[in-house]
Design a protein around this ligand. Sequence first.
Ligand SMILES: [Fe+2]
Length: 273
Amino acid sequence: MAAAEAKAGISLRRAHAAEAFLRAEALDLIEIVADHYLQPHPRRNRGLAALRERFTIVPHGLDLSLGSAEGLNVPYLRALATLVDVVRPPYWSEHVAFTRAGGRAIGHLAPIPYTDEALEVVARNVARAQSAIAVPLALENIACPFDVPFATMTEGAFFKRLVERTGCSMLLDVANLYYNALNRGTDPFRLLDEYPLDAVVQCHLAGGHRSQATWIDSHAQPVPEGVWQLFENVAARAPLKAAIVERDENLPAFSELAAEAARARSIMRRCAA
Ligand SMILES: [Fe+2]
């Protein structure tokens, strides 16, 4: 069940930064894309300091590549550790995916095959990240419209073993799970049962679009009703501390995202009561 003091906010984009300050009372916390703050830059550092004064911030990594069999990119991990040190968040988050292989950057979050071998790789990389960053890590499920061949377990079973093994919590992206289910013709509520809901501390909420026969998690639309229903189910069962609305395309007015955050907050409060 969601915590009574569970917080709701948005993943902050530059276009909304000014209004986020003006209407700060609308947000309990914000998520920042960690990668935007890894290179020291005086203006960005001042912006981050100002955000830090006003908000609880959760850094969200994109490029740590926890699925890389060759191990983690050490300079990247160091930069992430410095950012977490500056921000002092309650936890930080990263995806279970790979973005680098054979020394090359792929440029997007690629899915890993859910096997024992991949579990060893991710657990080893998570342990390395935990040794560099003492703040708790929440691991996120990605969107993927197809099943990676050679998997020996489901994504939910993989996450169950991973959180048990690493002691990490889970950031459940409800939209990713929802669209993954739709793309496979599976019932998202049944799929949800496979995940370690007792380890889920945060949710992502977003809306995608359909391209021909495939649902794309594009963060381009308002959160659809199916995702809200699934989120309500999660909030009733998981020890949620926070929910974050993600939007990257068709950026609406700040008030629209704040209203979605408010809806997430009221669902969590209702489920905590
Ligand atoms: Fe997400």
